[in-house]
Design a protein around this ligand. Structure first.
Ligand code: CP3
Length: 344
C-alpha cells in the first residue's frame, strides 16, 4: 500500500472539481432492466425482503458496477424503509407499487412514533459494509434517502399518486399535523444518513421526486426548510458529508433551492432549460439530466441527447446521469451505447 489518496472522480466532482470525462452513474441502475437483477429478484417473495437481506442487497448493488463499470454505486434499498422503521406498514404488491397504511387522520399524527427503529434498518447498514468491502476504490459509494415531502406523499396517500393530491390537500387543511410529519421525517433522515455515512458510504443523495408539484411558498416550507435542517444535522455529525439534492421538477424553484440549501451538487431533471441549467452549474456542481425515454429509444436520438447534455455541462463540475430513474424496459445495448458516447 502506498499512502496516496484514492482518486474517485465522482466524489471529486462533489468537491467542485470538474473532470475531463464526466463520471457517470444512473438513478435506479440496479433493477428490472437487468436479467441478473431479475434472477435474484425471483428468489425472494417481496421486494422489501431483497432490501433487508444484506447478501442479496449487496449483490444487486454491485451488479451494474460489474456490468457497466459505473463511477458510482448506489446502495440498493428504497426510500420507503423510513416509514417502515417509523412503525408504519409498508408492502410492495406485484404490479401495484408501494402500499402503506394511509395516514389521513390529523389526530393520528400526534401518535406517530418519532424515533427510528434502527433494528429495522440494521440490515441496510450491514449491506453497506459488504458493498464497501467489495467495491474497487475508484468507485464512489452513494447512500440515499427520500426527502421528507416525497416520503410524506406516500405516507399520507398510502400509495403512489399521479399528482400527490392527498398530501397536498392534507398540508393545506392540516398544516400543523403535516408539519409534525415533516419534522419527524427530517429528524429520521438525519439519523439514517449519518448512520449510512458512518457505515461507509462516500456521499448521499436525497431524492425529492415530487418537489415539482409545490407552489413557491409550499416549496419553501416543505422542501427548502427541512432540507436545510437535514444538511445541517448531517454535517453536525459528519462535518465533511457530501450531499446531492435532487428536487425533481423544481423548475423555477431551483434557484431558491441552490441559494438556500448548501448541498454539494444538484440533480437536474430533463425538463429544465439549457441556459437555466448552466446558470445553476455556475453556482454548484450538477448531475443529470438525460431523458430516460431517450435512453429507452436508443439510436440517433440517444446519441444526439447524450451530446447535448455533454456540451451543455462541459465547462464546469458535472456528473452524467439520467434526469430520473432508468425505465425497466430499457435495452442493455442502449446503456452501453450511452456509456461509449460519454467516455469517448
Ligand atoms: O437507484 C438504485 O438503483 C437504488 C435503488 C432504489 C430503488 N428505489 C429500488 C427500487 C432507489 C434509489 C429508489 C428510490 C425511490 N423509491 C424513489 C425516489 C426516486 C424515484 O425513482 O422516484 C421513490 C419515489 C421510491 C418509491 C418506490 N419504490 C416506488 C414508487 C416503487 C414502485 C415503482 C417501481 O419502479 O416499481 C418502488 C419499487 C422499487 N424500488 C423497485 C426498485 C428496483 C422495483 C421493485 C421490484 O424490483 O420489484
Amino acid at each position: 500500500m502506498t499512502g496516496e489518496p484514492v482518486h474517485k472522480p465522482l466524489r471529486d466532482v462533489l468537491d467542485g472539481q470538474r473532470q475531463a470525462v464526466p463520471p457517470l452513474w444512473l438513478m435506479r441502475q440496479a433493477g428490472r432492466y437487468l436479467p441478473e437483477y431479475m434472477a435474484i429478484r425471483n428468489t425472494v417473495s417481496g421486494f422489501l425482503d431483497l432490501c433487508f437481506t444484506p447478501k442479496l442487497a449487496a449483490e444487486v448493488t454491485l451488479q451494474p458496477i460489474r456490468r457497466f463499470g459505473f463511477d458510482g454505486a448506489i446502495l440498493f434499498s428504497d426510500i420507503l424503509v423510513i416509514p417502515q422503521a417509523l412503525g408504519r406498514q409498508v408492502r410492495f404488491a406485484a404490479g401495484e407499487g408501494p402500499l402503506l397504511e394511509p395516514l389521513d387522520d390529523p389526530s393520528a399524527m400526534a401518535n406517530l412514533r418519532d424515533a427510528l427503529d434502527h433494528d429495522v434498518l440494521a440490515p441496510v447498514y450491514e449491506t453497506i459494509g459488504l458493498v464497501k468491502a467489495a467495491l474497487s476504490p475508484g468507485v464512489t459509494f452513494l447512500g440515499f434517502c427520500g426527502a421528507p415531502w416525497t416520503v410524506a406523499t406516500y405516507m399520507i396517500a398510502g400509495r403512489g399518486t399521479p399528482d400527490q393530491a392527498p398530501a397536498r390537500l392534507f398540508a393545506y387543511r392540516h398544516p400543523d399535523a403535516f408539519s409534525r410529519l415533516i419534522d419527524v421525517l427530517a429528524e429520521a433522515s438525519i439519523q439514517y444518513l449519518v448512520r449510512q455515512l458512518q457505515a461507509g458510504v462516500d456521499a448521499v443523495q436525497i431524492f425529492d421526486t415530487w418537489a415539482g408539484v409545490l407552489p413557491p411558498l409550499e416549496f419553501e416550507r416543505w422542501c427548502v426548510a427541512p432540507m436545510q435542517r437535514i444538511v445541517a444535522g448531517v454535517r453536525q455529525a459528519v462535518p465533511d458529508a457530501k450531499i446531492i439534492g435532487f428536487p425533481r421538477g423544481a423548475g423555477s424553484n431551483l434557484g431558491r433551492y441552490v441559494e438556500k440549501i448548501p448541498v454539494n451538487a444538484v440533480g437536474l431533471d430533463w425538463m429544465i432549460d439549457f441556459d437555466v441549467a448552466r446558470a445553476i452549474q455556475k453556482r454548484r456542481p450538477v448531475q443529470g439530466n438525460l431523458d430516460p425515454l431517450v435512453l429507452r429509444a436508443g439510436g440517433a436520438a440517444l446519441d444526439r441527447g447524450v451530446d447535448a447534455v455533454l456540451e451543455n455541462f462541459a465547462e464546469g463540475p458535472f456528473v452524467f446521469n439520467l434526469g430520473h430513474g432508468i425505465l425497466p424496459d430499457t435495452p442493455i445495448s442502449h446503456v452501453e451505447q450511452m456509456i461509449r458516447r460519454v467516455r469517448g
